[in-house]
Design a protein around this ligand. Sequence first.
Ligand SMILES: Cc1ncc(COP(=O)(O)O)c(C=O)c1O
Length: 428
Amino acid sequence: MSARDDLAARDARVCWHPYTQHGLEAAPLAVRAAQGAVLTLHDGREILDAISSWWATLHGHAHPALVEAMASQARELDHVLFAGATHEPAVRLAEELVAAAPAGLTRVFYSDNGSTAVEVALKMARQAWVQRGEPARRVFVALEGAYHGDTFGAMSVGDPDPFFLPYAPLLFEVRRVPADGAALRAVFEELGERCAGFVGEPLVQGAAGMRMHGPEFLREVRALCDAFGTYWIADEVMTGFGRTGTLFACEQAGVAPDLLCLAKGLTGGTFPLAATLATEALYEAFLSSERGRAFFHGHTFTAHPVGCRVGLASLALCRADDTPARLARLGERIERELRGALGDTPVRDLRRTGGIVAFDLAPRPGEAPGYLSTLQPELRRLALEHGVLLRPLGDVLYALPPACTSDAQAARIAAVLAELARYRGVSA
Ligand SMILES: Cc1ncc(COP(=O)(O)O)c(C=O)c1O
């Protein structure tokens, strides 16, 4: 039995994987190592990671500066609670995030992952309303198709279909709008003083199918939140740290949210750490001589020293390498190669923001569209046969590779995307 078969068999006996139908899906990739943009499997195959391992790996796998930051921090201070204690990596990373983020975000609350970053923002907004004497404000507004994570608050602001339908009776009230100023205004008018805030991914809605909107919508969001006196929560868990061509997507609109959620690329995609940045006004809504007005939220590993230290190293690399510009150039190259490779293969809405390139497959009669389509695992398998890791979002194919991806690797990603579009076309 090969090492790969052995691992797959052991995995099948004891593991339960995320977003995986074990009754249908093939054995998982048995990954032995990762370097740069390449995953090495136990059977010796090399697979190009065109999706940055769930949109996290920013500079490339096993970047020496990041590995060294984690190792040296673990030797010095491995973990300490963050209630009633502090440490240099947490304070320095908070200082740097405040300096790098859109102006006005002055406070950093750490947690572990993208879902908790969103959960924290929702809870801060809600509790602030209660403490500001407006307890009726409990309805959030979110974008159609949104995905913000898998905890209950994050699921509530996400679109329930198809992932969260079983939990729908347990989720709180949310209104959904398209990325359109007039629609947002209408729902703000209707909700009036019941509105707790607007939550959205700026510029690119990732799991919604890499849906893209322009920076003008973000300026409308800011203006409308100001006009209606409510909070704007920007979820930059996916878009943050250069993916859209600027360090944060909000920068492109020249506006700042009241709460900013960060994870994934915060540590260069190496370590589970998240941050929710808040304005001073929000922080002050909790500041009191009454203990009961504190923000009662915290995780065991809040502000983990290793995560904070590697976060600092990753930010330093973002600056030294100009990662946002590098990702934008990489996206341009993939788009150009893809247009060439597609030729007259029919696809819909080939689009790009920064380093994210996506298109929709042309519809095929009688085929169920969307995330649960049977096409998805088929396309994933085909891409792997060509040595590239992709995870189509239903009918949407996309690339979101790490910044270290070479020109030759970019060309290969584009060629495989075009191959998948053709495969779908000919078997129609
Ligand atoms: C925009 C957005 N928000 C939140 C999350 C949840 O992050 P995590 O999976 O780290 O909980 C994701 C994950 O893909 C995401 O894309």
